[in-house]
Write a protein that binds this ligand. Structure first.
Ligand SMILES: Cc1ncc(COP(=O)(O)O)c(C=O)c1O
Length: 464
């Protein structure tokens, strides 16, 4: 028989592959037997697998290191973690254990940094890149952080008005970054990003407002393409425009020594993803090196702020199929014990795809299904994968419940859905399990949060 689910996967993709394997017809995620976790903790179950965070930080560092060697690059590479992709303490601690620096987007991030410092998890030399359009309280907290001796805090100016808020810094000195407002991809609703300063304003702004102030120093040029780092003419074109500005600025401002290419390194959202990380990163490094050599300026230090890449592949959510509905001759629904809208809001909000696989019944025949969430909303569904625009699942035979997992869901989903708050149709947040390894490489599970309880919801809603 060649129409089993496992045959479909093996014929469509290279399988097994990094992080995914099937043993005795049960799916393993990084060699973890997911069925055992389901038996112990139940569903719906959210998993954070921390070793993947360390692994991805290491991989990125290696790609840059290798590219630097191959290209003969003279600058340094600094890996920063974009905190907004997941603020959980266990994520931050893992990131910091792996020597990453931080990128912030709000004043509350600065409180978080202070807390980490009090706990002794960071020292005042940590590099903190402060991005975003900054309300007053964010700027005040940044200034205080600098005043308190955090030596490598770089506020990246989002707009020219921001500068005036730093005029009252007493005797302190500030190293700034300037964010370039990049052009958006042609299919976007806007021509130019709302974040950052227009290309043509950057040089006059530096000359008129930053250079004359002896307490202000320009340290970094920041450039972030929202659609990510990709081998496309659009991406290389934007990078070149940024390098043009960098070279011009560097001649005026010798203290400028860093270029920050932001986040946007993709993750696997399908078993078929074949992004050539080493190649693309070497291309980025080569282009920066060649441009600077021709312009006669030193190679800048390169900063990245990978959020999704750091934490995305560490996450998974597992549901049980609690019922099947056939609504016409061709549409079959697998109804799950949770909501896609509230657990994985990017599925609903931006048509984001994740790796979706059954946990069991890999030896069963497969058929086409739609995955239906528990909320009453028409948008609470998942029915297409990156490569095939359809979802296939094993047929069930009533002997064992069907479980399914969405993988690589570790970035942004919790912050966007409002972790722990009340959700659409009062669907409770799932149990949350954190998996780590100790120094001996042994796996440890810790229940970080139980499934949300009715009392908690009633309290939030003012009934208690
Ligand atoms: C300035 C900045 N840096 C980094 C990131 C992280 O991007 P990603 O999660 O795609 O790596 C973002 C995300 O929006 C961002 O706005």
């Amino acid at each position: 028989m060649r129409n089993r689910y496992i045959d479909l996967i093996k014929q469509t993709y290279y399988f097994p592959q990094d992080g995914f394997n099937v043993v005795d017809n049960y799916l393993q995620f990084h060699n973890i037997n997911l069925k055992e976790l389901i038996d112990e903790y139940g569903t719906p179950l959210k998993i954070s697998y921390l070793p993947k965070i360390a692994n991805n930080i290491e991989r990125a560092r290696k790609w840059f290191h290798d590219a630097f060697e191959n290209v003969g690059y003279n600058g340094n590479y600094h890996y920063c973690y974009c905190t907004k992709s997941s603020h959980f303490s266990f994520v931050m601690e893992e990131v910091l254990r792996n020597g990453a620096h931080l990128e912030t987007s709000s004043g509350y991030d600065i409180d978080l940094i202070r807390h980490l410092h009090q706990k002794g998890l960071i020292n005042k030399k940590i590099r903190v890149i402060c991005n975003g359009y900054k309300p007053k309280n964010y700027i005040e907290k940044i200034k205080k952080l600098i005043h308190d001796g955090f030596k490598n805090v770089i506020p990246v100016m989002d707009n020219m008005d921001e500068l005036s808020s730093y005029l009252d810094i007493g005797n302190d000195e500030i190293g700034f970054g300037l964010r370039i407002a990049t052009e958006e991809e042609p299919n976007y609703q806007f021509y130019t990003s709302r974040l950052g300063i227009r290309y043509e304003d950057i040089i006059p702004f530096y000359v008129e407002k930053i250079k004359p102030n002896p307490q202000f120093h320009l340290r970094m040029l920041h450039f972030f393409i929202d659609s990510g780092i990709k081998d496309t003419a659009y991406y290389w074109n934007e990078l070149m425009k940024c390098l043009n500005v960098y070279a011009e600025l560097k001649k005026l401002s010798p203290g400028l020594a860093a270029i920050n290419i932001g986040g946007g390194l993709p993750i696997r959202t399908s078993l078929g993803n074949r992004f050539d990380y080493a190649y693309v990163i070497e291309e980025v490094v080569t282009k920066i090196a060649n441009f600077c050599d021709e312009a006669g300026v030193e190679h800048p230090n390169i900063y990245t702020e990978f959020g999704n890449f750091t934490v995305g592949e560490s996450g998974a959510v597992i549901f049980e199929v609690i019922g099947e509905k056939k609504q016409n001759d061709s549409e079959l629904w697998y109804m799950i014990d949770g909501s896609l809208m509230t657990t994985l809001p990017d599925v609903w909000g931006m048509n984001q795809r994740f790796i979706l696989l059954p946990i069991n019944n890999w030896h069963h025949e497969y058929h086409r299904t739609n995955i239906g969430g528990l909320s009453c909303d028409v948008g609470d569904y998942y029915n297409s994968e990156v490569d095939i625009n359809q979802v296939y699942m094993p047929k069930t035979d009533g002997t064992e419940s069907q479980y399914i997992g969405f993988f690589h869901t570790g970035a942004y989903q919790d912050s966007i859905s409002g972790y722990g708050g009340t959700k659409h149709c009062l669907i409770p947040a799932p149990k949350h399990l954190v998996i780590s390894t100790n120094d001996l490489g042994e796996t440890k599970h810790e229940l970080f949060a139980d499934q949300q309880q009715p009392d908690e919801m009633l309290r939030i809603l003012g009934y208690k």
